[in-house]
Structures are given as structure tokens and as C-alpha cells.
Design a protein around this ligand. Structure first.
Ligand code: SAH
Length: 488
């Protein structure tokens, strides 16, 4: 397989060739030839065409003089020859010509005869990403291209041009390369990038001009409050992923899945500000100061939180603090546990027949328990999604019953939702405490109260089937037949 230097990936040197005003030969007359011709014309090449023309657009190109049709090969100075058909007289001639005059040749779908390969391209001009597979798997290269395209927003090119326009000013303002690099980092990920993302190119440019005119030499650092979702890294948003990959520092919660952190750069500084119900945690004030210190050093700080940063995540307090200290910030929403765990347990949070509203409630601490309007929470036909409820399950049950919620109301506990070890437990409100004790539910878990909770029993699709007090499949017995589970 690896008999020639060509077939090893190492033989191919990636290169971008300037074809503007250069003679390039295309051989063929069909769709494939037309595609190559169109591409070459876009890059300003002088295209000559050898072969019987069948494609109408190609014929038009020749007719209107955009492409020169030729019958015989005479030039030796082609920068490149592209053979876009196989097994024709013209193709054979072109290959012989290329070999004789040592001209670089690309043969479509015929890697054996290529001395140059056409990569799959992500076009964010002037940024261009070429993906090659050394001729082995062009399909895979195209798949990789789609993934990169999803990661690189359409405005990436605009950002590159913006940096280019202000390059001279930037050189003057920051003669020292390291300092200039920091500025560029900010330009590519901070306020200018965010303005472009929001469709405001004017603001992007203004931010650059502003920063260049400022007389402090402090790097403009920034903080992104990023939601990591409930577990499964596939539930990150594309933007969250980008922020994590770009971060200089990541300050994360205990709830953030390890696998999410693996997306970070190798040299990222990871700070665990883990707080997990009761266990040792970093005081909020210390977190605030960490954010401030790192941002002031010109770093891109990601404050990474489980779920969504604005739902029971103290995101609001952190933003207020950053605003008070004039630190630039942005927020990337994540899938909050109430939504993520419900989806992975097969519980629709609303349902035309069962629930018209959803309440996101925290049962953390006596204070929040006391302040809740239990009478309103005990009404029918609504879904309650309790966060941080594990240690307060008895209280929640007692309060809801006392305020008139039907003891037969379905409930569900989802422990480690959207993760491999997810457990879903179902019962009625009357037996909620018993359920939690029986299965020794641990944090993190969501508690759902409402008619929709029972749908987990029929709609569950992820991991093990739901357990209930009547399920005889206890920890001891693993022989109980389980519903066919679908793993993602
Ligand atoms: N900002 C987070 C919530 C933080 S509060 C969000 O939007 O999801 C922490 C509580 O979230 C936990 O006590 C638990 O009730 C819930 N939680 C978070 N991730 C969870 C998961 N994977 N499974 C079950 N509950 C989870």
C-alpha cells in the first residue's frame, strides 16, 4: 500500500499556489471540468481547456473568451494541469505532457496520477483552511470540513481583514511582539469578535480604534460566563466549545464534566472553584477576585458552570461584579439541568394534556424553602423542577402535601442526568421520601413534581429504564429483564 512516496501522508507538502494571471490547463469537458474551471477563474487564473466540451456553462466560458479552448499542447509553462476526466486521449496526452515538462498535475479522483492534491476547503477569505487526506479518504476530509465550518463563523474573514487594516497602527502602538500578540488575541476573541457575531461590524471597528487610542497599557482581558450543560459534552453549544478552546484560564464548578475540560488548550490554566452541596468550596468573593485578577492581566477567562450560568449559578452576581469593575464580559447559555435531565429521562416539561407551565425552583437551604409560595406551587397542571433538592426531599414533600397537592401526583428523580450513570426514579408524591431513601439518591439530582413525571415510565430512552418502588430490580438482582435501552 505504501509502495511509493506518494502514498504516505508525509510526502505531501501543503502549499497555497498563486494562480492569478498564470496559465493553467484543464482537461475535460463535463461537469467536473466546469467545477475546476470555475474555481480557477475565481482565483484569477488564465484557463486553457483541452477536450470535447459537453457542459453548457463550460461552452459559454469558451464562447465568451473567459477560457481559451485549445486542440494541441504547446505551452510548457503551465503553473498547474488539472485532469478532470479519465481514460480519454486528451487525458493521456496531458499526463504525458506534465511528466515530460515536470508540470504539477492534479487528476480528479485519480490520486495515483497526481503530483498535487486538491484539498477540501473551508473558505473564510482571506482565511482558508485546506484539509487533505493524502488521497486516501476525500469523503472523510469533506466531513471534517463541515465540522470546521460549524466552528468558524462566517464573519471570521471580516475579523482577519479588520486586523489587517489596523496592522500599521497596531505596530506603532505596540512595538513589542508579545504585547501585540495579546492585543490580537483580544481582537480575535474579545469585544470586536463579539460585535461581529452580533452583526455589528461598526462596533467591532470602534472597539479596535478605542483600544488603540487608550493610553493605559493594560491588556483588555475579558470574562465569558459559559454554560457547560448537564454532562454529556455533546450538549455544549458550538460557541461554548469555541470559548473553552480559546480560554487562557478556565475557572470551573464541580458540576462541570471532566470530558468538557478536555477540549481546553493544553497550556490552559484550570482552576477548580468546585462547590458541591456542603463540601469545601471556594467562597464567591474569592471567585470574583480570581475573575478580576486574571482579566486584568489581559487573559481570556472562561467562567465555566454546569448547566446554564444564569440559572441558580450566581451568574448575575458575577456579572454585577464585573460590570462594577469595568471588565468586558459575555454570556454563553447552556442547557440547564431542568431541561437537560428531563429530556434524557423522557419527561416533557409541558404537555397539552398535563401541564401548562414549568417552575424552576431551588430547594437549597432553609431560607429559600421558607420564602417559596407553597400554595402556588401546590396547584395542579404545572410542572415543578427542583434543583438542589436531595437534602430537602422530605421538606418539599411535606410542604406540597400540606398545601393541597394531590398525594397521587407523579414525581420523578433524575440523578446524574444526561450522563452514562443516569438513574431515573419514579413514584407518587405520597411516596417520594421513601423512593429517595430506598434508592439512596445522591446529588446532583433533579426532582420533578407533576403529571408529566409519570411519562418517564413510557418515554424513557437513555440509559437504564426508570426504577420505581414496585420495580423488583434492586441493587442485588441483576436478572430482572430491562427494557431495551438506547445509548447515545
Ligand atoms: N446552573 C446549573 C444549576 C446549578 S445548581 C444549571 O443550570 O443546571 C446545582 C443543581 O443542579 C444540582 O444540585 C442538581 O439539582 C442540578 N443538576 C445539575 N446538573 C445535573 C445533572 N447532570 N443531573 C441532575 N441534576 C443536575
Amino acid at each position: 500500500m505504501m509502495d511509493s512516496a506518494h502514498s504516505t501522508a508525509g510526502a505531501w507538502l501543503p502549499l497555497f499556489i498563486d494562480v492569478a494571471e498564470q496559465p493553467v490547463l484543464v482537461v475535460g469537458g463535463g461537469v467536473e471540468a466546469r467545477r475546476k474551471v470555475d474555481r480557477l477563474l475565481r482565483h484569477g487564473a488564465r484557463v486553457e481547456l483541452l477536450g470535447a466540451v459537453r457542459d453548457a456553462d463550460l461552452a459559454a466560458h469558451v464562447e465568451h473568451g473567459r477560457v481559451l479552448g485549445i486542440d494541441a499542447l504547446e505551452r510548457r509553462d503551465y503553473r498547474l494541469i488539472i485532469v478532470a476526466e479519465r481514460d480519454t486521449e486528451a487525458a493521456a496526452q496531458a499526463h504525458a505532457w506534465a511528466a515530460r515538462h515536470r508540470i504539477v498535475v492534479n487528476a480528479v479522483d485519480d490520486p495515483e496520477r497526481c503530483s498535487a492534491l486538491m484539498p477540501a476547503i473551508v473558505d473564510r477569505a482571506p482565511i482558508t483552511i485546506a484539509i487533505g487526506s493524502a488521497g486516501t479518504a476525500p469523503e472523510l476530509a469533506r466531513m471534517i470540513r463541515s465540522r470546521i465550518e460549524a466552528l468558524l463563523p462566517a464573519w471570521t474573514g471580516t475579523l482577519a481583514r479588520l486586523a489587517d487594516v489596523y496592522k500599521p497602527l497596531m505596530r506603532k502602538r505596540y512595538p513589542e511582539p508579545a504585547r501585540r500578540r495579546r492585543f490580537l488575541n483580544w481582537l480575535f476573541t474579545g469585544a470586536p469578535a463579539q460585535s461581529l457575531a452580533a452583526g455589528r461590524p461598526g462596533d467591532a471597528e470602534a472597539a479596535v480604534v478605542d483600544a488603540l487610542n487608550k493610553d493605559t497599557d493594560d491588556g483588555p482581558g475579558s470574562v465569558a460566563l459559559v454554560g457547560a450543560g448537564p454532562g454529556d459534552p455533546e450538549l455544549l453549544t458550538v460557541r461554548a466549545l469555541r470559548m473553552i478552546q480559546q480560554a487562557d484560564v478556565i475557572i470551573h464548578d464541580a458540576l462541570v464534566d471532566r470530558r468538557v475540560l478536555e477540549y481546553a488548550r493544553r497550556d490552559v490554566e484550570l482552576i477548580d472553584a468546585g462547590k458541591r452541596g456542603g463540601r469545601c468550596s471556594t467562597p464567591q468573593l474569592v471567585i470574583h477576585n480570581l475573575l478580576l485578577d486574571h482579566a486584568r492581566q489581559g487573559k481570556r477567562v472562561v467562567r465555566l458552570k454546569g448547566g446554564d450560568p444564569m440559572v441558580f449559578g450566581r451568574g448575575g452576581e458575577e456579572l454585577e461584579f464585573l460590570r462594577a469593575h469595568s471588565i468586558e464580559y459575555s454570556v454563553v447559555p447552556g442547557i440547564t439541568a431542568a431541561a437537560g435531565c428531563a429530556a434524557y429521562a423522557g419527561i416533557p416539561l409541558t404537555h397539552r394534556d398535563h401541564a401548562q407551565s414549568v417552575h424552576l425552583v431551588t430547594a437549597h437551604g432553609q431560607q429559600s424553602i421558607d420564602r417559596l409560595d407553597w400554595r402556588a406551587l401546590a396547584r395542579e397542571r404545572q410542572t415543578l423542577a427542583f434543583y438542589m433538592a436531595v437534602s430537602r426531599i422530605d421538606t418539599v414533600q411535606a410542604k406540597l402535601l400540606r398545601h393541597g397537592r394531590d398525594p397521587d401526583t407523579p414525581v420523578a428523580l433524575v440523578e446524574n442526568g444526561a450522563r452514562g450513570e443516569q438513574r431515573v426514579l419514579t413514584a407518587t408524591l405520597a411516596r417520594l421520601s421513601e423512593l429517595a431513601r430506598h434508592y439512596q439518591v445522591r446529588s446532583p439530582a433533579m426532582l420533578y413534581v407533576g403529571e408529566v413525571a409519570q411519562l418517564a415510565n413510557t418515554l424513557s430512552w437513555w440509559g437504564q429504564s426508570p426504577l420505581s418502588l414496585d420495580t423488583r430490580a434492586d441493587a442485588e438482582s441483576s436478572f430482572e429483564p430491562q427494557k431495551q435501552a438506547v445509548h447515545g
